[in-house]
Design a protein around this ligand. Structure first.
Ligand code: FMN
Length: 216
């Protein structure tokens, strides 16, 4: 059993190495300026918010991806680099990793660009046993940089990281409710395999994810 596990681990590393060769082909994705006038009112969005776990597999249109990421944690006060989501002491510890069929990107809210992280489809690592998640157009993973917290206790860092990630996740939930997209906040994901695939540092902690897409 242990030997089988070792062989799978080696095969997974070889698989990641092969994907690395293709990653060089991935170009940054320039996002649109946000459309701040779309969607239902906040009160109607709150009244409609509900988790759903089925997607039709179609990729997100650029305008939807752009507006979604801006609503999640974009810049809403550019003169002070302040964000749509609040964060503990404004440490802005959360990065949004966008896992799509062709590869994973990380959101740069200042430049309004998605920067390539790794080629290949890692949605199954987010799905695990919830297989429908692998059919979402994008899985947004909230990843905290724990070095941003000026506290020594790791439990406390994780506590504030979880709150910061949860706030962004709710922005995604409400944006989806307001615009007809489908999502669910999820703790489920293969954190260790995602760490390797997305080349995360030890101090980067994936907290929660939201698969997003068009419902069935
Ligand atoms: C912190 C957190 C973790 C969750 N993890 C999962 C998950 O791993 N898989 C899943 O299908 N739903 C997950 N959910 C969604 C809940 O199951 C869902 O919100 C709950 O059943 C209430 O349904 P509603 O969102 O439609 O109101 C999670 C929700 C939260 C807040």
């Amino acid at each position: 059993m242990k030997k089988t596990g070792f062989i799978f681990a080696v095969l997974f590393l070889i698989f990641l190495f092969c994907l690395e060769l293709f990653a060089a082909d991935m170009a940054p994705i320039k996002l649109n300026a946000p459309d701040k006038d779309r969607g239902y009112s906040l009160t109607k969005a709150v009244s409609m918010r509900a988790s759903a776990r089925e997607w039709n597999g179609k990729p997100l249109e650029l305008k939807d991806l752009s507006d979604l990421l801006w609503a999640a944690d974009g810049i809403n006060r550019p003169e002070k680099f302040m964000r749509t989501a609040p964060s503990y002491r404004n440490v802005q510890d959360i990065s949004l990793y966008v896992v799509m069929k062709e590869g994973t990107y990380v959101y740069d809210p200042g430049k309004n660009v998605l920067n390539p992280v790794a080629a290949g489809d890692f949605r199954p690592l987010c799905a695990m046993t919830q297989t429908t998640v692998a059919n979402a157009a994008a899985v947004i993973i909230m990843v905290s940089d724990l070095t941003r917290f000026n506290v020594t206790d790791k439990c406390e860092k994780i506590k504030w990281a979880a709150v910061d990630a949860g706030v962004i996740s709710e922005n995604i939930n409400l944006f989806c409710a307001a615009t007809g997209l489908t999502t669910v906040p999820r703790a489920t994901m293969d954190v260790e395999k995602l760490r390797a695939a997305l080349k995360l540092e030890e101090t980067q902690e994936p907290i929660i994810n939201n698969p997003v897409g068009y419902g069935k």
